[in-house]
Ligand binder design. Structure first.
Ligand SMILES: Cc1cc2nc3c(=O)[nH]c(=O)nc-3n(C[C@H](O)[C@H](O)[C@H](O)COP(=O)(O)OP(=O)(O)OC[C@H]3O[C@@H](n4cnc5c(N)ncnc54)[C@H](O)[C@@H]3O)c2cc1C
Length: 235
């Protein structure tokens, strides 16, 4: 069970560049020593009175003592600068966990995840937890990026798909460049091609508002109930 949101402190344990734009940070919890949360939830980082930035926990709830956050630092505002300046040993404060973009494994429907670039973060936490705890049912992930260098956690999902035949990973890029053998185009076009029936389907879509709307339009046009499209709007 997730906790109610509370003030937390943690120590930066590691900082890595995941792609040219994305920084991943491990935060070793200090207070509380472990934070229980549901996969897909986020924490909010304070920057002054009424100024906060939400960041989703990228790691699995099975690892409550060390949380991983991943941020695209291209927006360049106060949150991006905070990530760029984090260094191992620093103490950070935040409040959490919060958020309802969570997957209920008792839901019997077939699940389609769709992520736009850094919107992959909650889905990474959800998918990681599902497969490390023996989720036996099929799931499909469409991960969209402008080009292959913007596909966050690409190698990890390819590896997961090799290990779990029920997990279908569909990376899609707008500008493939040389050597790309995957799908090309926009996220909603890929969803249109991939989904032939919406019977017993639930979709989890995360990223920018425009992509969420377009993916939802495609699925609703195929007959899916709007409420069967869960979404997390990062921007
Ligand atoms: C529930 C929730 C969870 C989030 N989780 C994450 C996360 O895990 N990782 C993460 O990187 N961000 C996440 N965000 C976005 C994050 O909170 C900030 O908006 C982002 O880091 C930009 O903050 P900033 O202060 O650097 O720039 P700002 O000055 O606040 O933003 C500048 C502009 O960029 C837009 N923007 C924000 N992010 C992007 C983006 N990736 N691509 C294009 N435009 C963008 C903003 O809407 C704004 O218009 C989340 C947002 C929400 C609402």
């Amino acid at each position: 069970m997730a906790e109610k949101p509370r003030e937390c402190t943690a120590c930066v344990a590691d900082v890595r560049w995941l792609t040219r734009d994305v920084i991943e940070v491990d935060l070793a919890m200090i207070d509380p020593k472990a934070l229980s949360f549901e996969a897909g939830q986020w924490v909010s980082v304070p920057f002054g009175p009424k100024i906060v930035r939400p960041y989703t926990i990228a790691s699995s709830p099975l690892r409550p003592r060390v949380l991983t956050l991943s941020a695209d630092v291209v927006p360049g505002g106060i949150g991006s600068r905070w990530f760029r300046e984090l260094a191992p040993g620093a103490t950070v404060g935040f409040k959490g966990p919060t958020g309802g973009f969570v997957f209920h494994r008792s839901d019997p429907r077939r699940v389609l995840f769709v992520a736009e670039e850094i919107g992959i973060v909650p889905i990474r936490s959800i998918v990681t937890e599902l497969y490390e705890t023996g989720f036996g049912r099929p799931a499909t992930l469409v991960s969209w990026g402008r080009d292959p260098g913007t596909l966050v956690y690409d190698g990890e999902f390819r590896s997961l798909a090799r290990r779990y035949p029920g997990f279908a990973y569909v990376p899609v890029v707008r500008e493939p460049g040389g050597g790309w053998s995957g799908d090309k185009g926009e996220a909603h076009d890929a969803v249109d091609r991939l989904v032939s029936s919406v019977a017993d389907l639930v979709a989890y879509v995360s990223g920018g508002g425009e992509t969420i709307n377009r993916v939802r339009q495609v699925l609703v046009a195929k007959g899916l109930d709007r409420k069967a499209v869960k979404w997390e709007k990062f921007w």
